[in-house]
Design a protein around this ligand. Structure first.
Ligand code: AMP
Length: 426
């Protein structure tokens, strides 16, 4: 299947060629025909699957065809609501690229910055608006945005909207949408609240599901290091020192943890920056910009701040902490191995995180390959992992604990085999 066979308008095909896209990704192949027919869509898929083009191309196609010969000020005809500023900016960049041979114009609005420039862009007239929920409602309430001419509405990353507490804002936005519209609803997971929300928004819809296993397992090489909590900084510095030219995204479970990792890396003379919700918007954009340009090789991010970070040449993702929610693992490792590239994702797992690893393996239906022994295994820490490589004496008071650890570390069956197999993989 080619983009041409999907029936997209000529200027869009030209832009895709300029982007170097040779063929549609699975979600594009499935979603684009549904959307070109004018039906609503429920897309169960994560960022990294080519989701933006899956919804963006048909919208651009419809608007381009309707635009021919149209006069007067531009009216807002398509709205994309997305949870984070980073994701909003990224979607704006993608739609600008896909629409560069059309005359369609988009703008991006998000909170945390003054509204002046955003209001000016809206006043000048736009066809497509990409917005985070809070700023959207704010500018609507101030009378700068009208939904009167809206024909297309995309709700992106609905599950993360919910996680971030946007549910009331989203309900208010949905309540104001014009009844005659085409609605697109995307979420990586479908818990009960999200199903309910999707019912509120969608009319006669078709569903497309891109399973996380498809998105991850095939393209991303994975590996897990068993390491004590106290030794994680050393192992991280060691891995990064061995890959000075790689662009690496490190995930931390908490904002405080992300700052701590940056401090530890600085002590090891590795420059890095953290992005998370407590950082100012200019600081986040600067760090992300430097990372995208390759000036900064290591970016430390929390899950929410990292949603949708789209960096070409991102070669390595490191899960410094394992996430509490298994689906998040899939999101994280999806940062590398984007659409056509392949990538590597390493995870650090301390004793307390073993159950989280088991949950992840259950979800992705595969064992994350065990990485070879490393020099930072030993050392006591609060998680109780220490000296597990040492031979035990019969009356050693730590005997039972160490026994359990050895049993745990062997309980994955083929672990030793994997160690050998993976030693030279990465
Ligand atoms: P998304 O899931 O929309 O964030 O897209 C993930 C990445 O895949 C982005 O870097 C896109 O530029 C890229 N991409 C999307 N569709 C294609 C395609 N058909 N061929 C190659 N790359 C693509």
């Amino acid at each position: 299947m080619t983009f041409k066979e999907l029936g997209l308008a000529e200027p869009i095909l030209k832009a895709l060629q300029a982007e170097g896209y040779e063929r549609p990704t699975p979600i594009q192949e499935q979603a684009i025909p549904i959307l070109l027919k004018g039906k609503d869509l429920l897309g169960v898929a994560q960022t990294g699957t080519g989701k933006t083009a899956a919804f963006g191309l048909p919208i651009l196609h419809h608007l381009h065809n309707a635009q021919n010969g149209q006069q007067g000020k531009r009216r807002l005809k398509a709205l994309v609501v997305t949870p984070t500023r980073e994701l909003a900016i990224q979607i704006g960049e993608s739609l600008t690229a896909y629409g560069k041979f059309t005359h369609l114009r988009n703008t991006v609005i998000f909170g945390g910055v003054k509204q002046g420039k955003q209001v000016n862009a809206l006043r000048n007239g736009i066809d497509i608006l990409i917005a985070t929920p809070g700023r959207l409602l704010d500018l609507m309430n101030q009378g700068f945005i009208s939904f009167r001419d809206l024909e297309f509405v995309v709700l992106d990353e609905a599950d993360h909207m919910l996680d971030m507490g946007f549910i009331h804002d989203i309900k208010k936005i949905i309540a104001k949408l014009p009844p005659k519209r085409q609605s697109l609803f995307f979420s990586a997971t479908m818990p009960k609240d999200i199903v309910e929300l999707s019912r509120k928004m969608l009319g006669d819809y078709e569903r497309v599901t891109i399973k996380p296993e498809q998105a991850t397992a095939e393209k991303v090489e994975q590996g897990v290091y068993f390491v004590s909590k106290g030794n994680k900084p050393k192992l991280l510095a060691h891995l990064l020192q061995g890959r000075p030219d790689d662009s690496v995204l490190v995930f931390s479970r908490t904002k405080h943890g992300a700052d701590k990792i940056v401090r530890k890396l600085n002590q090891a003379d590795i420059s890095s920056a953290a992005i998370h919700g407590n950082k100012s918007q200019p600081a986040r954009q600067k760090a992300l910009g430097n990372f995208k340009d390759g000036k900064l090789k290591v970016l430390v991010a929390t899950d929410i701040a990292a949603r949708g970070i789209d960096v070409e040449e991102l070669s390595l993702v490191i899960n410094y902490d394992l996430p509490n929610v298994s689906e998040t693992y899939v999101h994280r490792i999806g940062r590398t191995g984007r659409a056509s590239a392949s990538g590597i994702a390493f995870s650090f797992c301390d004793q307390e995180e073993r159950p989280l690893l088991r949950d992840i393996e259950k979800l992705i239906k595969q064992e994350v390959p065990r990485m070879p022994e490393h020099q930072f295994v030993g050392g006591e820490d609060e998680a109780g992992v220490g000296k597990e490589q040492r031979p035990q004496r019969a009356n050693n008071p730590n005997r039972n604990r160490n026994r359990n650890q050895n049993r745990n570390s062997n309980s994955k069956g083929s672990q030793n085999q994997n160690r050998g197999r993976n030693r030279n993989r990465f």
